[in-house]
Design a protein around this ligand. Sequence first.
Ligand SMILES: NC(=O)C1=CN([C@@H]2O[C@H](COP(=O)(O)OP(=O)(O)OC[C@H]3O[C@@H](n4cnc5c(N)ncnc54)[C@H](OP(=O)(O)O)[C@@H]3O)[C@@H](O)[C@H]2O)C=CC1
Ligand SMILES: O=C(O)C1=N[C@H](C(=O)O)C[C@H](O)C1
Length: 232
Amino acid sequence: MKIALLGYGKMGNVIARIAAERGHEIVLRKKAEDNFDGLQDADVAIEFSVPTAAVTNITECLNNNIPVVSGTTGWLAHYDEVTQLCETKKGAFIYASNFSLGVNIFFELNVQLAKMMSKLERYNVSMEEIHHTQKLDAPSGTAITLANDIIANTNYINWAIENPKETDIFIDAKREENVPGTHTVNYVSDVDSIEIKHTAHSREGFALGAVVAAEWLTGKTGVYSMKDVLGI
Ligand SMILES: NC(=O)C1=CN([C@@H]2O[C@H](COP(=O)(O)OP(=O)(O)OC[C@H]3O[C@@H](n4cnc5c(N)ncnc54)[C@H](OP(=O)(O)O)[C@@H]3O)[C@@H](O)[C@H]2O)C=CC1
Ligand SMILES: O=C(O)C1=N[C@H](C(=O)O)C[C@H](O)C1
């Protein structure tokens, strides 16, 4: 498969290595100042850039009929317009806030736990996410997915990273050197706590998931999620 990488930073580099190990060819490595030359030659694009560039990158792919896998976080206010363009162009698109298999299992655990906790008023939920200090967005996309899944299954109404109201899920977004990504969901009552936690040891899991998603998406049309890719 010929792959265009839109964004060639920490993630783009690991994706390039894993894609090569799986027999794929990289036809474009786009950074901030580069143009889209080479995109036309690609079978699929993998987009891990910055929040301000994601919509332009995805739009360029859809307008050129290139299937696109996006892992960039922090641009989701535009998700509906992007998926609408994908439908109009009969293109192919996957966004995931986290492409790792482990986190996608963790997402399912989070939903099951939230459903059980919704019946028990004595527990309050909060979350913590820890990432490296270069991260541009807070809270993380993964934390937002976890919070939205709790909100969909409980009486919580919103999330907040400061001054939470009683109906908000507090997300403590911490930045520390060299942390690839740690997420904890914590339920606390007067007498005990229940905690679920995912710790990424490196970026390999995110990158492998993105390449597997790109392999899966090629030849399809429509808007998909990692649940479709993983069949969970
Ligand atoms: N969904 C998931 O599983 C994961 C998502 N992420 C997300 O992926 C994104 C990238 O993360 P990471 O690799 O760590 O970030 P980096 O800062 O290491 O890399 C970002 C890259 O994007 C490039 N870039 C900037 N502007 C553009 C543009 N207009 N077009 C194309 N590329 C551009 C930068 O180029 P330059 O160096 O020239 O500025 C750089 O190469 C983040 O949003 C992060 O949250 C991260 C890990 C997993
Ligand atoms: O910026 C990162 O590094 C990561 N971003 C994603 C997010 O915002 O959830 C996924 C992962 O946690 C690493």
